[in-house]
Design a protein around this ligand. Structure first.
Ligand SMILES: *Cc1c(COP(=O)(O)O)cnc(C)c1O
Length: 411
């Protein structure tokens, strides 16, 4: 399972220390790819995936990475994470079995869906997955029966006003119940190992993490008093990537703040994080083209060959506002972009500033690797956007000739 690509060298990482870079096709690369592949297609940079992983490791050395593969389970992306030595956050039998088939041992997985299915628990048992999260007492007998003695973490509810996607509306036990739940797990023959939280996805501030860590520290102490020694802390995901303005949201500040608190509050604890978006979001660009145009309500509308049922599905499920780029020159005007399907919900984005486009012109959508392809459908018979890997296109990317920094720099 070897992949022909170069990872950024550690000495380069030092240069990139605090400014997050993201993969962005140049005009020439985009044009040459579009000569080779029909649009829509997505281009995945495995080098960027490796960079993102190392960036997390550099800034939070105390933290083990369990990639939340739901964000983007492209096979080569998963292979890259396996090669880099990452572990994985899984949520279903399908995810556990996919990794198992790739040779990933159960030791490197956590089944982090608070409510597990019977087939999921069977897969966990068969594949040697022995770590679970849960947020209700009703889950305890299920886990105890499927994997006796498993290490379990209570997922608690935390607050975050500054997250794009609030995961605490659906998940998490009341922190006041956490220790009691751990005790019940112990009585059922499970190993009460720790606490998990997720501050919400695309979190734009460190405060939520810091608050959650302070709360968790109190719960660790409370558990200790109750005779339960906790050894694991799962700080979830949530680390942010550039949004529609393409600017770095300073995930590095969050990581640094988290690492400082961990050193202070949890020096002895085994810590892990479950980043999804941060690993894959910046590693993918979509290339789509204009297939139709009309003027409505005095505004220019363009129809693209990719829409809300495809890679732009993130606009729906992930509340994501995509950055839309064109290399065309000339004055910009406010336009609306639509997808190709026959559903009237299929608006990609309204009121985007873009230069004049013509039939067949290419649109570039950077930072679209998370919660996009993963939730795309073939509704109305439109095929999935083809996945192209940067590392499989050595001529187009002149791999080894163009300095990596140039490609990774913001436009
Ligand atoms: C989705 C999910 C993640 C990943 O979250 P990101 O915000 O993409 O980093 C991590 N942990 C759990 C339990 C999740 O459900």
């Amino acid at each position: 399972m070897s992949i022909a690509h170069e990872y950024p060298k550690p000495e380069r990482l030092a240069e990139w220390e605090s400014v997050m870079k993201s993969f962005r096709l140049t005009e020439k690369e985009m044009t040459r790819l579009a000569e080779k592949y029909p649009t829509p297609f997505v281009v995945v940079s495995l080098e960027q995936v490796a960079y993102n992983y190392r960036f997390l490791r550099e800034h939070m050395p105390m933290v083990n990475i369990f990639y939340a593969m739901k964000a983007n389970p492209s096979p080569k992306l998963l292979e890259t994470m396996v090669e880099l030595g990452a572990s994985f956050d899984t949520a279903s039998a399908g995810e556990i079995e996919t990794l198992h088939r790739m040779g990933v041992s159960g030791e490197r997985m956590i089944y982090a869906n608070p409510v597990k299915t019977p087939v999921g628990l069977r897969a966990a048992s068969n594949c040697g997955v022995r770590r679970f999260t849960f947020d209700d007492a009703s889950e305890i007998p299920k886990m105890a029966e499927a994997v006796p003695g498993a290490e379990v973490l209570v997922r608690i509810r935390v607050k975050n006003a500054k997250a794009l996607v609030d995961l605490n509306a659906k998940f998490g036990a009341d922190p006041a119940e956490a220790v009691s739940l751990l005790k019940q797990a112990k009585d059922a023959g499970l190993c009460p190992a720790g606490i998990a939280f997720h501050v919400g996805s695309q979190s734009l501030s460190a405060e939520a993490y810091v608050e959650a860590l302070l709360l968790t520290r109190r719960l660790f102490d409370e558990a200790e008093e109750a005779g339960i020694h906790l050894t694991m802390l799962d700080i979830g995901g949530g680390f942010p990537i550039p949004g529609e303005d393409g600017k770095d949201p300073c995930a590095v500040d969050i990581m640094d703040a988290v690492e400082r608190q961990l050193e202070r509050l949890f020096p002895e604890t085994s810590i892990w994080s479950e980043p999804g978006r941060f690993i894959c979001g910046t590693a993918v660009n979509l290339v789509t083209s204009v297939i139709g145009e009309k003027v409505r309500n005095g505004q220019q509308w363009y129809v693209l060959d990719e829409g809300l049922y495809g890679t732009f599905s993130g606009a729906m499920y992930d509340h994501w506002r995509f950055e839309i780029c064109s290399y065309n020159k000339g004055p910009e005007q406010k336009v609306t972009l639509l997808g190709p399907s026959c559903d009237s919900i299929d608006f990609v984005k309204r009121d985007v500033m873009l230069p004049k486009l013509s039939m067949g012109d290419l649109i570039l959508v950077p930072n679209c690797g998370s919660y996009t392809t993963a939730s795309a459908t073939t509704f109305n018979g439109f095929a999935f956007a083809q996945t192209v890997y940067r590392e499989d296109e050595p001529e187009i990317f002149e791999i080894g000739q163009v300095p990596v920094q140039e490609r990774l720099a913001y436009a």
